[in-house]
Design a protein around this ligand. Structure first.
Ligand SMILES: C[S@@+](CC[C@H](N)C(=O)[O-])C[C@H]1O[C@@H](n2cnc3c(N)ncnc32)[C@H](O)[C@@H]1O
Length: 273
């Protein structure tokens, strides 16, 4: 089941193709989420750091890592996404930071040696696509990070997604029944409703438990959004003024890191050692 689900998601990302490049730019919650992810990552990447990027996709964060002065091993398990990474990053200044591009499933980083990387980055959900192998996957990522290094990841959020995508959840309940909808909310596993895009979503306390089961500790955590999933007209007014938008983003980043806000975004970031 786990292997089947993972390869279904590889097909999904192969078919999604270049649309993934637009995910964090086409609407305001996406643009805010990008900034919150970018600023969170900046806390953990020093110039010269060697970074393994897992599930890199077309390269939004490959570009950020290059700007931070990292050397990057870019990986993804979708050959189409890896090619897109070459297309979007190759020919830009960021390409000189790329050490190699490789196909890699987050569940099997066995080709890498213990402590090879200063930072292992898995943004945008590779750990949400590991399903029954999530513990094994995180253990593998922790193994290849240096003892003083860090694994930085984001996973999909059960409660934040439910709130943000409520009309979709109401439709799911109508189509698959309230029991299936309750099962998704209880477990975070979208396979209960068998959608085309399935993933494992998490509550903040489940991420803490996952990290603890893997013998690591959480160095920092953040939601991807708090106020930036709110009223579209008010947010558009803020974004239209660069000074006000910058102040909003600073407040949004601080809000997203509050313990009471961790479950509030579409994604949940964490850094673990
Ligand atoms: C939503 S995209 C995120 C891309 C990029 N990291 C970002 O945050 O913008 C998820 C990426 O993870 C990749 N992915 C999904 N499951 C994976 C797995 N089991 N192993 C490695 N990569 C995976 C997909 O192919 C896709 O490129």
């Amino acid at each position: 089941m786990s292997l089947e689900s993972r390869s279904a998601m590889r097909d999904y990302y192969d078919e999604l193709g270049a649309d993934e490049w637009l995910r964090l730019t086409r609407d305001l919650p996406g643009r805010a989420s990008f900034e919150v992810h970018r600023r969170f990552l900046t806390r953990f990447v020093r110039p010269g750091a060697r970074v393994l990027e897992v599930g890199a996709g077309p390269g939004r964060f490959t570009q950020v890592l290059a700007e931070l002065g990292a050397r990057i091993v870019v990986t993804d398990f979708s050959p189409v996404q890896l090619d897109l990474n070459r297309t979007y990053i190759g020919g830009t200044p960021a390409e000189s930071a790329v050490e190699s591009r490789e196909l890699l499933d987050v569940c099997d980083p066995s080709r890498f040696a213990d402590g090879e990387f200063d930072v292992v980055l898995a943004y945008g959900g590779p750990l949400s696509y590991a399903f029954e192998r999530t513990d094994e996957a995180l253990l593998g990522l922790l193994r290849i990070a240096r003892p003083d290094g860090v694994v930085v990841a984001s996973v999909m959020s059960t409660l934040g997604s439910w709130r943000h995508l409520l009309p979709g959840a109401v439709g799911v309940a109508a189509e698959h029944g309230e029991d299936a909808n309750d099962a998704v909310l209880r477990t975070g596993d979208l396979r209960h409703v068998g959608a085309r895009h399935v993933c494992q979503m998490f509550r903040a306390r489940e991420v803490e438990d996952l990290v603890a089961r893997c013998g690591a500790r959480v160095l920092g955590a953040s939601a991807s959004n708090w106020a930036s999933l709110g009223d579209p007209a008010a947010l558009a007014e803020l974004e239209a003024d660069p000074v006000r938008w910058e102040r909003f983003l600073a407040n949004e980043v601080a809000a997203c890191a509050e313990p009471g806000a961790l479950d509030g975004g579409t994604h949940l970031m964490f850094a673990a050692r």
